[in-house]
Design a protein around this ligand. Structure first.
Ligand SMILES: [Mg+2]
Length: 123
């Protein structure tokens, strides 16, 4: 079972999205901060992170930088209410595989998740 970690300070989004992903067969978990994400990654195998850019203290860009610095190969889809071209480009430069704006369309998100996880298997 593929493992997805939702990283978002919005608890409602975390709960709803984790439930939706669990229903369609993923091992889905959530954390609400950048530091919690790295704690989780230390103890768990994660195939894909759904990452919010705007979080208090350490934001999504910090997470992307840290993943790169630590050489962690986990795939990332950025999921943010502040979708703009610059954020998308900056995220891609830091290694994000794709970018979805909030409020997300579940079907679109699932297609993107499958696409990104599929790429991982091809590599
Ligand atoms: Mg946020």
């Amino acid at each position: 079972m593929e493992s997805i970690l939702v990283v978002d300070d919005d608890i409602n989004l975390c709960i709803v999205l984790t439930e939706e992903l669990t229903e369609i067969g993923y091992n889905a978990n959530y954390v609400q901060s950048a530091d919690s994400a790295f704690d989780f990654l230390e103890d768990n195998d994660v195939d894909l992170i759904l990452l919010d850019l705007k979080m208090p203290n350490k934001d999504g860009f910090w997470v992307l930088n840290q993943l790169k610095e630590k050489g962690l190969k986990v795939k990332v889809i950025v999921l943010t209410a502040y979708a703009d071209v610059k954020s998308a480009i900056d995220s891609a430069k830091l290694g994000a595989s794709d970018f979805i704006s909030k409020p997300y369309d579940l079907d679109e998100l699932i297609i993107t998740i499958r696409k990104v996880l599929q790429k991982e298997h091809e590599n």
